[in-house]
Ligand binder design. Sequence first.
Ligand code: CU
Length: 137
Amino acid sequence: MRTIKFLLFFLMFAGIALAQEAGEKKKIIMVPVDKDGVQRVEIVGGEYFFDPEYIIVKKDIPVELIVKKKPGIIPHNIVIHSPEGGMDIRESMSADQRVIKFTPTKAGKYPFYCDKKLLFFKNHREKGMEGVIEVTE
Ligand SMILES: [Cu+2]
């Protein structure tokens, strides 16, 4: 009887965990092309996230990432190390907006992340501060 009770409890918790995972939606932004032919998107970074965390842009059209850090003492940056896709960026983030310009040259999915870390702690990317730039044809 005890074993069954334990099993039931276990299944209940496992069910909750699964439901939470399924309910965790990614914020996906399809970046529109402005009248001047630039794909502009604002990205906010903080502990420990990027918002939005998944952006979709078109190939061979200039992109401007307008990046901004949530106020706070913890430093953040944004790194996109994908020269094969026309993106090799490392920019520190501040509470003032900064504009990062590039033109993606190859379709694919490329990670962006913050690689700051404090002493022996995990870096921010490992704490969840990462996202994806999807470049489409
Ligand atoms: Cu960071």
